[in-house]
Design a protein around this ligand. Structure first.
Ligand SMILES: *Cc1c(COP(=O)(O)O)cnc(C)c1O
Length: 471
């Protein structure tokens, strides 16, 4: 039952229509659009109605609240219309963190995306002839130069990601036939990328050989038959097999493939151009290593160790790449101009040996001493300005991640933060709530900040966030 007195109170509220036509709402309508403003206005009025219905407001209070309505609407819209995909500070020390967007792009790659995408570009136009061109030639040209040392004539095409590259290559080269893979390489990468499942979707039949820990050349040889279309080697991206193990070297596998006139394909996963042995990481083959060993077709990601945008690159001998390109699936999986622009800039950095401009390589090449210096500085500043927070520098390991170099880590120094009043998880949660959100690592009851993956300019943000933990 609504009493006449209450009805009078409700009447103090403006109608939606009055509100939308009121002076203060005009700039908000222009900024945020009619639909969102209308929704926010309805919600604010609904809130006031509920409070009036619950006898929570006097006439004077309602009058004040009505004056405040435009501001309330604006506040609501600030949250509702804010970006949900946001930059964060990666203090985990995991360089290629799939949940955090993998490789950060270089300045040059970002500039290229803007320059090429803000207007029109010659993505598929040959400027000399004026005829239709191919979007892959921009990347193809640079990768051919980078791999010139292998003395193999290769071509490259680009698709949406490496999962697409594997699917497309298998489908193009082996549909209806058999593909021989070692049982030690039937990997799952995560996000439901499993070699047996991708194989099934490609229309090729998986022919497993060997055992989990040992596969010999003879196992491959024994499985070759008239239906065999491809030999496949898969990089064990996220795990290692140790102990009593065996795997034929790529050279032997490629010899076998050649003798039978079957191509050898390798899913490299990360597929780096830069030789990681220079930063003390072993067991991560370069693209050139594979081609030199005789592999006819490699696939790899653009946003793992290469340090570029999400993409799947298919590099191999011309006739095989041509076959993949002519597959109608290629059209369904192709990459946008932004990927091509960013890839071109990324590959140019390798050609110029300008490695430190690529954030992924820069992070990998940071020395333990350089990280220690920043960690000590941050810790020192926190010691001076905070009481009750335990902060110390500890030796630790940064993880490369992203399914690259399984088990390979880089020595680092982390800032360990703990408090008698807050659990490590609670500290991590508070850091995540910071603007920008800070993602830390929690280990053995401590919250760890690894500055290897943090820009030096962001150290000040870590300081402010850590200081605020006491409040
Ligand atoms: C990461 C990875 C993939 C999937 O690559 P995406 O670019 O994430 O699609 C496939 N194979 C291997 C061996 C990998 O490491």
């Amino acid at each position: 039952m609504v009493t006449p007195a209450k009805l009078a109170l409700f009447r103090l509220l403006p109608s939606i229509d009055e509100l939308l036509h009121s002076e203060p709402l005009q700039p908000i309508l222009v900024r945020q659009g009619r639909a969102a403003t209308l929704e926010a206005a309805r919600a604010v009025l609904e809130g006031l109605r509920a409070r009036i219905a619950a006898n929570e407001m006097t006439e004077a209070q309602i009058a004040g609240a009505v004056d405040d309505v435009p501001r309330e609407i604006e506040e609501r819209l600030k949250t509702a219309m804010a970006y949900s995909l946001r930059p964060v500070i990666n203090a985990t020390g995991v360089i290629l963190h799939t949940n955090l967007g993998r490789a950060p792009l270089s300045r040059a790659a970002l500039d290229r995306i803007v320059e090429v995408s803000q207007g029109y570009c010659n993505l598929e136009l040959d400027l000399e002839t004026g005829k239709r061109g191919k979007r892959d030639i921009h990347v193809d040209r640079l990768l051919a130069k980078l791999l010139a040392g292998t003395r193999r004539e290769v071509a490259t095409i680009v698709v949406n990601n490496n999962a697409a590259a594997v699917l497309l290559t298998l489908n193009s080269l082996a549909e209806g036939g058999e593909v021989i893979v070692s049982r030690g390489e039937l990997v799952e990468i995560g996000g439901s990328f499993r070699i047996p499942d991708v194989m099934a979707k490609s229309g090729a039949v998986l022919r497993e050989v060997g055992t989990t820990n040992r596969t010999r050349l003879a196992d491959y040889e024994g499985a070759v038959n008239e239906r065999t279309k491809l030999l496949l080697r898969v990089h064990r991206s996220n795990f290692e097999i140790r102990g009593f193990t065996q795997q034929p070297p790529l050279e032997e596998l490629s010899d076998l493939a050649r003798r039978h006139g079957i191509p050898l394909m390798e899913d490299l996963g990360s597929g780096d151009v830069f030789d990681l042995r220079q930063v003390g990481v072993h067991g991560e083959p370069t693209i050139a290593d594979s081609l030199r060993a005789g592999v006819s077709m490699v696939t790899f990601s653009g946003d793992k160790l290469l340090g570029g945008p999400q993409a799947g690159l298919i590099t191999g001998v011309h006739d095989l790449v041509a076959k993949v390109r002519s597959n109608p699936l290629f059209r369904a999986l192709r990459a946008d101009k932004m990927f091509h622009a960013a890839l071109e800039a990324t590959l140019l950095a390798y050609l110029r040996e300008d490695y430190d401009t690529l954030p992924v390589l820069h992070s990998m090449r940071l020395t333990e001493e350089a990280i220690d210096q920043r960690a000590q500085h941050l810790t020192h500043r926190l010691h001076i300005s905070t009481v009750g927070l335990n902060v110390e520098v500890l030796p630790s390991r940064s993880v490369i991640g992203g399914g690259s170099a399984p088990g390979s880590t880089l020595p680092t120094r982390v800032v360990a933060v703990s408090s008698p009043h807050l659990s490590a998880d609670a500290i991590a949660e508070k850091l995540r709530a910071w603007t920008p959100p800070i993602i830390a690592r929690v280990e053995a009851g401590r919250t760890l900040l690894d500055l290897r993956t943090v820009e030096p300019e962001q150290d000040a943000i870590l300081f402010a966030a850590a200081k605020s933990l006491l409040r």
